[in-house]
Structure formats: C-alpha cells, structure tokens
Design a protein around this ligand. Structure first.
Ligand code: 3PG
Length: 386
C-alpha cells in the first residue's frame, strides 16, 4: 500500500484541500449535530497544529432531495469544536479571495460541493472544480472514507492531480476494517438507502429492517398500503424501483423479514402485525415480535454487521427497534461491526456502551461496498490498492 497519512507530510504554511464528510441528519431545514462533524473537527485541529492553511470541501444531501442544504449550519456546529469560517461560495471570486487570504492555521469551509454539477462528473473535460481549485493547492486530504464509494470529483478528481493522503478519521476507519473477519457474519441491513444492501445478499443470513426490510416484503408480494409510496421515493434511481424489486425477489433465500411494524398513529407509536397490512399508516419502526426474533438471532451469531437503523431512529418514539438491536449487539461476544452515521448517532444519543462494539464506523454505503469486496474509487485514488 502506498497510501500516505497526515503524519507523512510537512504541511506548514501549505494550502491543503480537505474533503470531509459532514453529511448529517436533517429535521425540517435543521441539521442535527452528528458524530461526523465532531470527528471532522479532530482532523481540522490536527492540521491547524501542523500550521496548514486549510480549505474544507464537503456535501449535504443530494440534488432534488429535502436534505440538500447549505453547509452554513455545519460550520456553526464545527465552531463548537474548532475555528472555521464559512464561505458561501465554491469556485467564484469570493471563494478564491478567501483562499488566497488564508494564513497558517486558518480554516475555511466552502459551500456544499454538490451545488456545483461538475462534482458528479469527475471525468468531464474542463471540469470547473478541478480547473479552478486544483491549481491553488499544495495537497489534497481525503478524510471522507464514508463518501469514498462515490466516483465524484471531490473524491477522485483532486487526488489525481495533487499529492494526497488520508485524514485522521479515514485512517482510523481503514485500520479498524483491515482487522475484521466477516466469515459467517450475520448481516442486519436497514437504513434509508436500500439499493446498496442487495450487494450483500450472497448467502449469509440477513435480518432485514428499515426501508430495506419493507422492500423485501414488497418484493415477495406483500402490499404495505400507504407506506408503498415512501418506498418508491427512497430509491435513488427513481424509474428503477420495479427492476430493483425483481432483482431483490431472486435473492431473498436467507433473508428474514419483519413480522410486525410500529406506525405513526396520530403522532403516537402503535404496533400492527404484518397481517394487518395494507393499511393507511406510515411505518416508522419494526415491532416487538420482530425485535424478539432478531435479538434471538443476534445472540446466536458468531460475527455481526449492522448497517443503518431499523426505523426512524431520530424520533424517540420510533427508536426502539434500532436501540434494542444495538443493545443486543453490544452484549454479544461475537465480532461486531456497526456502520452508518445514524447508528453511531443513536449509540451516542442513548449512551450505549460504545467500547463493547468491535468497531463503530461512521460510514454506511462505503463500508457496505468495502465488505462486499468492491474496490472503492476514493481508496483507489489515494493509492490504497497499490
Ligand atoms: C453517507 O451519508 O453515507 C455519505 O455522506 C455519502 O452520502 P451519499 O450517499 O449522499 O453519497
């Protein structure tokens, strides 16, 4: 491996482009403080200590989704742990001026990098991000392991041009993952980005939950009523929902699906058995019966990987499924790996014993692809596979 780390370079007075992952949960238009923001501040402080001049690029959400927001609030949160100035620009005059003004130890955060469409086209000729920003910098640091499954300009474009290395959080993640053994692993697959979960349906036993669990049921012919419309919305590539269900249907042999659900019943939690669907309620969590069955499976497992929450865990009424599964995992003597921003935030919020998990990753999709044995473009770009 020729991948380099922060400790391998002298950053004094150098202009450093830092790709961080600040992507956080959103409630209405408000960002919720996440572990990702806290961890990013540690890398920023290290670079300040090394007297670098730092420009952070990061994203929040995806175009056309409700969580596609400015990074202004992220800057406010970052300022609880370090000192960062927010610049409402990315490649315009304002940004360039501020970058040129930076002194040793100064840090600025640019606006949501996904506001510039070229972020999604790293190979594009005359890519504006690369053309305007890359010549200004001495180094590129990827501290966003959790975005490294994306073939995007801020992940693969800059390291092709600039000397680059992994940040502190990236280093922590990759070193922990290299130690894990996933043989005969029980997968608990939930979360709000269900499409990627299909990659892990290769024979291991799976406990399905979250939107993914519901989709497994629909793929098997179950009608969930009102909830159906949320499932289609949750697939990133809209037109492909039916194709996705067809593919999923063929891979469900070792997949356990929820037997009951908690729904939003006039603002309260109410549980219904699967046989009581279709109905007119929005599903927000797995129910008691499912929790019992899944906890039993967790107790028997020799290695466990949980990806994504079992329901809408940010709301206390609907966090029960996620919290109970995490509690059971924390009690297991098996090797336990927990991934995704939501799960680490839940562990933090409910004061679950973080040290009892073998590794808690802040990465969701990237970790899943890594476990599925795929080459991650972001890792490749900074020399991990060499
Ligand atoms: C994540 O939340 O998993 C990362 O920030 C990547 O976000 P994305 O799935 O929107 O690319």
């Amino acid at each position: 491996m020729v991948m380099k780390f922060i400790k391998d370079f002298n950053f004094e007075n150098k202009l450093v482009l830092l790709r961080a992952d600040l992507n956080s949960d959103v409630k209405g238009e408000n960002i919720i403080l996440s572990q990702r923001i806290i961890e990013a501040s540690k890398t920023i402080n290290e670079l300040k200590k090394k007297k670098a001049r730092v420009v952070i690029i990061a994203h929040q959400g995806n175009p056309k989704k409700d969580d596609f927001l400015s990074l202004r609030q992220h800057a406010k949160f970052l300022n609880k742990f370090t000192k960062v100035k927010f610049i409402e620009d990315i490649i315009g005059k304002k940004a360039i001026n501020e970058i040129n003004k930076l002194r040793s130890g100064d840090v600025i955060l640019l606006e949501n990098i996904r506001f510039i469409n070229d972020e999604f086209f790293p190979e594009k000729k005359d890519n504006k991000l690369l053309k305007i920003l890359a010549p200004l910098f001495d180094f590129y640091i990827n501290d966003a392991f959790s975005v490294s499954h994306r073939n995007q300009t801020s992940i693969v474009g800059f390291p092709r041009i600039l000397p680059s290395c992994a940040g502190l959080l990236f280093e922590k993640e990759i070193k922990a993952l290299e130690k894990i053994s996933m043989k005969n692993c029980l997968y608990i697959l939930g979360g709000a980005k269900p499409e990627s979960n299909i990659k892990l349906l290769k024979g291991n036993k799976v406990l399905s939950c979250g939107l993914f669990g519901q989709m497994c049921l629909v793929a098997n012919g179950k009608n969930l009523g009102y909830q159906n419309k949320f499932l289609e919305k949750a697939t990133l590539n809209k037109g492909n929902y039916q194709d996705f269900l067809l593919k999923l249907k063929k891979k469900l042999k070792n997949v356990l699906t929820p037997m009951d659900f908690a729904v939003n019943f006039n603002g309260k939690r109410k549980e219904f058995l699967l046989s009581e669907f279709p109905n007119d309620y929005e599903i927000e969590d797995i129910g008691e019966e499912t929790i019992k069955k899944y906890v039993y499976e967790i107790k028997k497992a020799k290695a466990i990987y949980m990806k994504g929450p079992a329901g809408f865990s940010q709301d206390e009424k609907f966090s029960k499924g996620t919290v109970e599964l995490l509690k059971a995992i924390s009690k297991s003597k098996a090797f336990t790996l927990v991934g995704g921003g939501h799960l680490s935030d839940t562990i933090e919020k409910y004061k679950l014993p973080i040290k009892k998990f073998s590794h808690v990753s802040l990465s969701g999709g990237a970790l899943l692809n890594y476990i599925a044995g795929e080459k991650l473009p972001g890792l490749e770009a900074i020399g991990y596979y060499k």
